[in-house]
Design a protein. Structure first.
Length: 172
C-alpha cells in the first residue's frame, strides 16, 4: 500500500466522527394517571353495582416524538386505547367520555388537552376496545437535557364524584 493511500485512510478514519449524527433525544415519559385510569359511570345518581351504566379503562398508549432542534420544540403523537363495558343499567346508544393528555410543566390551556371519545359499546360481556386516533402535542423545550420535566400524563376527565369513587375503590 502506498504512503498516500495509508495517509488518506488514516485521515478518513480520524474524521469519521464528523459524519456521525447526534443521537436524537428520548421521548418524554408518558404515564397513565392511576386515579384517572378507570371510569365507572352510574345511571340516575345510583351507587350500587346494579346502577352501573358503563365502565371504561385506559389500557394502552403508543406514541412517537420528534425534536426540532432549530425551533427547540418537541412534537409528540399519541394513540390511546380504551376498553369499555356495558353495566347492568346500560342504555344502548353512543356514549361519550372525555380523556386528557397533560404536561404539568405548562400552566393553562397549553398544558392540557381534553379530548372526546365516542364509545359504541355492545351490551355484551366482552365489551369493546377503541383506539383514539393520533393526538398531537407540540411544545417548546428550553433545555433538552431536562426532558424529565416534560412528563406527559393521560387519564379520563372525571367528575368529582367519579374521581372520589376511584379513590375509594381498589381496582387492582
Amino acid at each position: 500500500m502506498s504512503r498516500a493511500a495509508v495517509c488518506t485512510a488514516l485521515l478518513a478514519l480520524s474524521g469519521c466522527k464528523i459524519f456521525v449524527k447526534d443521537e436524537p433525544p428520548p421521548c418524554p415519559r408518558v404515564s397513565v394517571l392511576e386515579d384517572a385510569s378507570k371510569l365507572v359511570r352510574f345511571a340516575n345518581g345510583g351507587h350500587s353495582a346494579n346502577a352501573i351504566e358503563m365502565s371504561a379503562e385506559i389500557t394502552k398508549y403508543r406514541g412517537s416524538c420528534f425534536y426540532d432542534k432549530d425551533e427547540k420544540t418537541m412534537q409528540v403523537v399519541l394513540n390511546v386505547g380504551v376498553d369499555a363495558f356495558a353495566g347492568p343499567a346500560f342504555v344502548e346508544g353512543p356514549h361519550r367520555v372525555d380523556y386528557f393528555v397533560a404536561i404539568p410543566a405548562f400552566n393553562g390551556p397549553e398544558g392540557k388537552k381534553i379530548l372526546p371519545l365516542k364509545l359504541d359499546i355492545p351490551k355484551d360481556p366482552r365489551g369493546t376496545h377503541i383506539t383514539d386516533g393520533d393526538v398531537t402535542l407540540t411544545f417548546p423545550i428550553k433545555d433538552i437535557k431536562k426532558l424529565e420535566a416534560y412528563e406527559i400524563f393521560v387519564g379520563f376527565q372525571l367528575s368529582p364524584e367519579e374521581l372520589d369513587f376511584n379513590r375509594k375503590h381498589d381496582f387492582k
